[in-house]
Design a protein around this ligand. Structure first.
Ligand code: DOR
Ligand code: ZN
Length: 347
C-alpha cells in the first residue's frame, strides 16, 4: 500500500467564520493542518487590534489549543496555529506598527467583490493608497490581494493584472500575494515581478467553468473567482505540480450552510477543508509528482512568509476515503464520492 507523509501542512487562505459555524468546522482544519492564514471577512470585518486578538482567542478555543475544562483531553490533542490577517483600510503607520505583532498579513478586497467585502477598496488610485502601502511595505507585512475587477465575470482576474503591476512596481519591497489565482495570465505575472507570489486552491486545480455550469448547475462548486477555462486550469496545475517556489497552497475553503448554497441566489465558496490533503495527494500522485507536494503545501509558504510552524506529521495512505455527504450543515466538495487517498495518522 502506498503511503506519503507530509510535514507541517499549511493552508495559506482559509475562512473559519465565527460563532456556531466556526465551532462546527474549525477542527476539520486544525486536525490535519499545522496552521492556516485566517481570512478577516467577518461581519463586521477585522479592522482593529482588539478584534484580531479576540477572534484569535475564539479560534484557539474552537481548535482546541486552549484546553477547556469540559473537553480537556480532546482539546489538548489539537496543535494548530491560526495566522491572523487584517482587513485592508487606509491605516496610519502608527496603527500598523501597533498591530504588526498580531498579524501575519493584510488582506485587500475590492469593495463588494465577494462575501462580506463591502468595506474594501472602491478606487485603486495608488496615490491615495500610497501612505498606507508604504507603511505596510516598511513594516514588511505581506499584502494578500483578492484580485478581481468588477467587469465581466470571466475577465475579472485578467482585468486586475494592471492593478497588480501598479502595486508591484510602485512598492518593490512589498510582498504581494495574488490570492486564489485562476488564470494563465496570473501564472505568467508571477515571473514578471520579484515581489509577486500566489496561492492556488484545490478546486481551481481540479475544475473549470464547465464543471460548475456546463451541465446541471453545481452550487457547491460556485466560488469567487469563478473557475475558468481548461488552458487556465492547465497553467495552474503546472506551477502547482512543479512546486514553483512562489506558489503555495491556500484552500479558500469557504463554508456556507447548505440552505445558502442550494438556494436562489447561491453564496460563493467551496468547502474543501476536510478533503484537501487527501485530494491533493491523489492529484499529485496521479501526475507522479508526490515528491513536490511537501513544497506546495508547506515549504514554499514557510519561506515566503518566514514562518516556522510547530511539528506535525500527517501520514496519508492510498486507501479509499468516502467523503461524508455533509459536515453538520455544510456540504463539502466531493460529497458522497470516494477519494483514493485517506489520512491514516496525525502526530
Ligand atoms: O468563493 C468565495 N468565498 N470567494 C471569496 O473570495 C470569499 C469566500 C467566502 O468568504 O465565502
Ligand atoms: Zn477567500
Amino acid at each position: 500500500m502506498k503511503q506519503h507523509t507530509l510535514l507541517m501542512p499549511l493552508d495559506m487562505h482559509l475562512h473559519l467564520r465565527d460563532g456556531v459555524m466556526m465551532e462546527h468546522i474549525a477542527n476539520l482544519s486544525s486536525y490535519s493542518f499545522s496552521g492556516a492564514l485566517v481570512m478577516p471577512n467577518l461581519v463586521p470585518p477585522l479592522k482593529t487590534k482588539s478584534d484580531v486578538i479576540a477572534y484569535k482567542e475564539r479560534i484557539l478555543h474552537c481548535t482546541g489549543v486552549v484546553p477547556t475544562d469540559e473537553d480537556e483531553e480532546f482539546m489538548s490533542e489539537q496543535d494548530f496555529e491560526p495566522y491572523m490577517s487584517l482587513f485592508y483600510d487606509n491605516y496610519s503607520k502608527e496603527f500598523l506598527e501597533d498591530i504588526s505583532e498580531e498579524i501575519l498579513a493584510i488582506k485587500l478586497y475590492p469593495a463588494g467583490i465577494t462575501t462580506n467585502s463591502e468595506g474594501g477598496v472602491s478606487n485603486f488610485d495608488i496615490e491615495s493608497m500610497r501612505e498606507t502601502l508604504e507603511a505596510i511595505s516598511e513594516l514588511e507585512i505581506p499584502l494578500c490581494v483578492h484580485g478581481e475587477s468588477n467587469g465581466f465575470v470571466m475577465d475579472r482576474e485578467t482585468e486586475f493584472m494592471s492593478v497588480y503591476e501598479l502595486l508591484a512596481s510602485n512598492f518593490p519591497n512589498l510582498k504581494i500575494i495574488m490570492e486564489h489565482i485562476t488564470t494563465k495570465d496570473a501564472v505568467e505575472m508571477l515571473d514578471k515581478y520579484d515581489n509577486l507570489y500566489a496561492t492556488i486552491t484545490l478546486h481551481h486545480l481540479l475544475i473549470t467553468l464547465d464543471d460548475v455550469a456546463g451541465g446541471m448547475l453545481k452550487p457547491h462548486l460556485f466560488c469567487k473567482p469563478i473557475a475558468k477555462r481548461p488552458q487556465d486550469q492547465q497553467a495552474l496545475l503546472k506551477v502547482a505540480l512543479d512546486a514553483h517556489p512562489k506558489v503555495m497552497f491556500g484552500s479558500d475553503s469557504a463554508p456556507h450552510p447548505q440552505h445558502a448554497k442550494e438556494a436562489c441566489g447561491c453564496a460563493a465558496g467551496v468547502f474543501t477543508a476536510p478533503i484537501a490533503l487527501q485530494a491533493l495527494c491523489e492529484l499529485f500522485d496521479k501526475h507522479d509528482k508526490l515528491d513536490n507536494l511537501q513544497y506546495f503545501v508547506s515549504d514554499n509558504a514557510q519561506s515566503i512568509y518566514g514562518i516556522c510552524p510547530d511539528f506535525k506529521e500527517v501520514v496519508l495512505v492510498e486507501e479509499p476515503f468516502k467523503v461524508p455527504d455533509i459536515y453538520t450543515d455544510v456540504v463539502p466538495m466531493f460529497a458522497g464520492e470516494t477519494l483514493k487517498w485517506s489520512i491514516e495518522d496525525v502526530d
